[in-house]
Design a protein. Sequence first.
Length: 194
Amino acid sequence: MEEKQSIIGPIIRMSLVLMVFCGLVYPAAVTVIAQAAAPDKADGSLIYDENDKVIGSELIGQSFTEAGYFHGRVSSIEYNGAGSGSNNYAPSNEDMLNRAKESIKEWEKNNPETPISDVPNDLLTNSGSGLDPHISPKAAYVQVSRVSEATGIKKAKLEKLIEKHVQGKELGQFGEERVNVLKLNLDLKNMKKQ
């Protein structure tokens, strides 16, 4: 019995030390280092408007449905960051096929001048998280006709705007080139004001 009591004391002390270290000291240290090294990223890569009001994060997509803006990827969760994830169906799944057919119908209704064969898959399908803020450069370029018609901005000017927003591969070789839809649309909004 005495042996059990002699073990319980160190176990309780070690548990308390680990709780303090893992629950307080380590998270506080990581937070301080992150704030010092990359404060914008540590705060969520927030994007502010001209009045310093937060309008979004460059890491989470937003829904744009107006003809005068570039549209992002389809999101089954409406870009709700509280519940990341979407149904990652197989290509043969009936629900996936129906969702893709709905996306195609929506595209054809809003972009009659651009055939569906020219539309990249990222405009018709979800990302794994349902939060992806990026589209491929091609997905942005195929929307130029619609945006130009809705805004009156010349196609060449919109193409230069897209070109300005193309982000390269990470470290020059990882991932794909991409365009952040929120940042692109913010610049487009400013262009409309001019």
